[in-house]
Design a protein around this ligand. Structure first.
Ligand code: LLP
Length: 443
């Protein structure tokens, strides 16, 4: 049952209210007795059983979001989930069962995708620097496509493939020099970024690739950045790439595949998320009629809204200047606020807390860095020791970016599936943190 049937959309700070945040997440609801629920599971029950901090992810949300992307794109656009967003085997299995392949950026991700049962033919290998060992692994596994980002990499891949007597199916990732209008640390399609083949070199290198042994160039790839909310940068990039496809074909080259990248943005702070229908429209209007096999590599859009980080309040701290809410989660768990000043919704789990009067607070972790902060001046009720909060939209670039800084053990992970839930990664005992340490005998 919803506690606020008609939520005011924003509070005086311009942030979405608790009620608006809950309303924007179909998997979340505030139950009068059980408090904040993810699908049919009370988050308080998970915290009681597993402790905090704990990542919790909704299987239904992963399935629903993949299905709505698929419905908008139609059956012909291949979806390769960018597993860097959340590479848990259970997440991979859910998305693979819904028909997604994987976009991988390391030998480790490739091995994980295979361990989750994703067929090699549905795997694309992206990334600006692949080692020879990673190339060899990709070729031995027979993965679908390797996206190459430089002349140097073409040469190295050709050498590795030839030595193995294999042919690598290759797409050239081009840099369209388009501003994705997102955070500077996650923009990738500007000429000064390290990613992709410079626009002026693309046609020449495509021709060159066709002459190299062990390589079968089939097309192009482009990825301009992440958390993109407007379709204009996509249209600009795809229109440029369409021009390049025509130019290459006019030069007698076969171009059959185009990997359109990822980057679709989600709503963290009440923004309108990128719509699958609008994205499908951008693809159609710029690339339709070119008879290309299209694929995309979404990460955040599929996994972000599905997950949250459940944390407990250690204590509040009031100084002459500020009110601090100190959580047992920290920047080592969810790094995005510290690294990108990212905004994540913070929702009290108790139904009483959720309705109590609120005042501005800085929400911080216990790590010894001033940057270890989740929110500044956030309107929250008084939160006593042990009060639970959920940090929303943490399903993508959350657990995967964790570290053990300050000798903090990695958080546990839980999957919710309807009314069922299960621990999908146990909280490791703290001594596993120094299990691989070796003290030399002379000490
Ligand atoms: N394809 C390539 C080649 C990529 O580099 C990326 C993300 C994706 C696909 C997926 O992008 P998505 O659909 O998730 O936007 N840690 C940052 C995001 C880094 C994205 C890196 N590349 C964050 O927390 O915002």
């Amino acid at each position: 049952m919803a506690a606020h049937p008609h939520p005011a959309p924003t509070d005086p700070a311009g942030d979405p209210t608790t009620a608006a945040l809950i309303a924007a997440h179909p998997a979340l609801s505030m139950h009068a007795m059980d408090g904040l629920m993810l699908d049919e599971v009370p988050l308080a029950a998970i915290a009681r059983a597993v402790g905090t901090p704990t990542w919790v992810i909704s299987a239904a949300t992963l399935r629903d979001r993949l299905a709505s992307l698929r419905a908008a794109l139609g059956p012909d656009v291949a979806i390769h989930y960018a597993m860097k967003a959340n590479d848990h085997l259970a997440v991979l299995r859910i998305l693979a069962a819904g028909g997604a392949g994987a976009d991988v950026v390391s030998g480790g991700e490739l091995a994980r995708a295979r361990a989750a049962g994703i067929a090699p033919g549905n795997i694309v290998f992206s990334g600006v620097g692949k080692s020879r060992a990673e190339m060899a692994l990709a070729l031995a596994e027979g993965i679908g496509q390797i996206n190459v980002e430089s002349a140097e990499e073409l040469g190295r891949l050709s050498a590795v493939a030839s030595a193995m007597g294999r042919t690598a199916t290759v797409a050239l990732r081009v840099n369209p020099d388009v501003d994705a209008d997102t955070h500077a640390k996650i923009t990738t399609g500007k000429a000064e970024n390290k990613f992709g083949i410079a626009w002026e070199d693309a046609a020449r290198l495509y021709a060159h690739a066709a002459t190299l042994p062990g390589l079968a160039p089939v097309g192009l790839a482009v990825h301009i950045g992440s958390q993109i909310l407007s379709m204009a940068p996509y249209r600009a990039a795809y229109a440029r790439v369409a021009g390049l496809v025509r130019e290459l074909r006019a030069g007698g080259h076969a171009v059959t595949h185009l990997d359109c990248g990822g980057g679709l943005g989600i709503s963290y702070r009440g923004e309108t998320e990128a719509s699958p229908a609008a994205f499908a429209g951008a693809l159609r209007s710029t690339l339709g009629g070119l008879d290309l096999a299209l694929s995309i590599e979404p990460g955040r859009w599929l996994a972000g809204p599905a997950g949250l980080l459940l944390a407990s309040v250690i204590q509040e701290k009031q100084t002459a200047h500020r009110r601090f809410v100190i959580l047992d989660a920290a920047m080592n768990d969810l790094l995005r606020p510290a690294l990108y000043e990212a905004w994540h919704g913070i929702v009290p789990v108790s139904p009483i807390d959720a309705l109590a009067p609120s005042s501005p607070a800085d929400v911080v972790g216990p790590v010894c860095e001033s940057g270890d902060s989740f929110a500044l001046g956030r309107l929250l009720p008084r939160l006593g020791e042990g009060a639970l909060v959920a940090l929303l939209d943490a399903g993508a670039y959350g657990s995967v970016m964790s570290s053990s800084y300050n000798a903090r053990a990695f958080a546990a992970q839980v999957l919710v599936d309807g009314a069922k839930w299960a621990i999908i990664r146990a909280r490791p005992p703290v001594d596993t943190l120094w299990e691989q340490d070796i003290c030399p005998a002379w000490l």
